[in-house]
Design a protein around this ligand. Structure first.
Ligand code: NIG
Ligand code: FE
Length: 419
């Protein structure tokens, strides 16, 4: 029986579809000999070839190329002023992080630079970084605040994230990370700064619709468990989902705290232990692995990937793009690093930038899979199999990038929407 059709439907045919639909027996949810039917912004159906009569419809033949869902980068700090290249050079020359901090380096160096930029300037520099991610196949990304650390500067960062989403064919999930570090004006009063976030920054920016979730750097060098809990309780009162930078340098129980609050994700987690993993496994919290920061900081301790597998905690992979610990505007590089450094299988790395990354952003019913009802955000690759994308870095393998059903980048014609 022929599937139902509409005159405006677009049929993508002759593809190898890596649907990323979970199916224990079929790696990557591969479908050969299927057509992808797009109606408006969504995937209408994935049907065996020929099941839809394409007479009069737009049909696009991709000549056997691979199609996957668009890549989802679920953890970035993409909007910031300045860079910390000089700091890195000093570190390579033997200056310790503590010394650099005393000289005003670290996160607060980026806070100073970000506060100085106008919204327009911040937009212009952030655009260049976003274009790099978009052109390698990213269709959804998370962007955190956390380099403003006062009401006006946090708002400025989040407005830039919002404007990026309006100007470019990409879906942006903004996160409030005002609890990234204590700003200089509160240096001796981190609790008072947490009060400012709970009573002023979070409610006012939430009211303006500028973010979707609240994050915290819960760490011996960040905020304590008690401070993080106060933040999460304030978020709960406004029904805001939470997530956390946790267990990056030590284990102070941040993951259990996030799990207790039904959080969306725990990120970094090199020092996560079995009790924390057991707590996560009771929730749908995603474990987000950030191998770029691990590499750049020359860390030695890898996240407990085997235990995460055993407890069936979904793992995502993200770039953590930021000026201090992961200055890499490439999610494909993060996928490669997750495989080489953390021992993920290539299939796990792919789930980590599609289905599981969608879950970390609370978009699991609409993003990250090629299936009926999901957004038509997908990439036609100059490749035949998913491993090719993770294996060969340094060459752009995007043949066509489709966002919400529209071709936004076409390597053959170099036409289409920006960029
Ligand atoms: O995700 N861990 C804390 N935050 C960032 C680093 C921020 C910075 O150094 O500017 C991270 O690694
Ligand atoms: Fe981060």
């Amino acid at each position: 029986m022929a599937a139902e059709r509409e005159a405006s439907d677009v049929i993508w045919r002759n593809a190898r579809l890596a649907t990323m639909v979970e199916n224990g027996k079929n790696p990557y949810g591969i479908l050969d000999g299927y057509d992808l039917i797009v109606r408006g912004e969504k995937i209408q159906a994935v049907v065996p070839r020929g099941a839809v009569d394409d007479k009069g419809l737009t049909a696009i033949d991709v000549a056997g190329r691979l199609i996957t869902p668009g890549l989802i980068d679920c953890h970035t700090h993409l909007v910031f002023g300045g860079n910390r290249a000089n700091e890195w050079e000093q570190r390579l020359n033997g200056v310790s992080y503590a010394e650099l901090s005393q000289q005003g380096g670290g996160i607060n160096a980026t806070v100073r630079a970000t506060r100085l930029e106008s919204e327009q300037q911040l937009l212009a520099i952030s655009e260049q970084r976003l274009k790099a991610l978009i052109s390698e196949g990213v269709t959804t990304l998370e962007i955190k605040s956390g380099y403003g650390l006062d009401l006006a500067s946090e708002e400025k960062q989040l407005r830039v994230a919002q404007r990026l989403g309006e100007r470019y064919p990409v879906d942006i999930s903004p996160t409030l990370l005002s609890a990234h570090t204590t700003p200089p004006e509160y240096r001796d009063n981190p609790d008072t700064y947490i009060d400012l976030i709970c009573q002023t920054i979070m409610p006012q920016l939430w009211e303006k619709g500028l973010f979707e979730s609240v994050d915290v750097f819960c760490e011996s060098v960040g905020f304590s468990l008690a401070q993080s809990e106060r933040l999460f309780n304030a978020a709960a009162r406004l029904q805001i989902p939470v997530r956390g930078h946790v267990e990056q340098m030590s284990n102070i129980g941040g993951s259990e705290l996030v799990a207790r609050h039904g959080g969306l994700s725990v990120d970094h987690i090199e020092y996560l232990d079995e009790a924390g993993i057991a707590a996560l496994s009771q929730q749908s919290t995603v474990a987000v692995l950030l191998p770029g920061a691990f590499y750049f900081l020359k860390e030695k301790r890898v996240p407990p990937v085997d235990l995460l597998r055993r407890y069936r905690v979904p793992m995502a992979v993200a770039s953590d793009f930021n000026p201090g610990t992961s200055p890499f505007a490439s999610l494909r590089l993060a996928m490669n690093m997750a495989c080489v450094q953390f021992g993920l299988t290539v299939e796990e790395a792919w789930a980590g930038v599609t289905r599981h990354a969608a879950q970390a952003l609370n978009r699991q019913n609409t993003h990250g899979q090629l299936a009926a009802g999901f957004y038509a955000d997908f990439i036609v690759w100059e490749a035949e199999q998913p491993v090719d994308i993770v294996y060969e870095l340094g060459r752009n393998l995007v043949s066509q990038r489709v966002f919400r059903g529209e071709v936004s980048h076409d390597s053959a014609t170099l036409t289409g929407g920006q960029p």
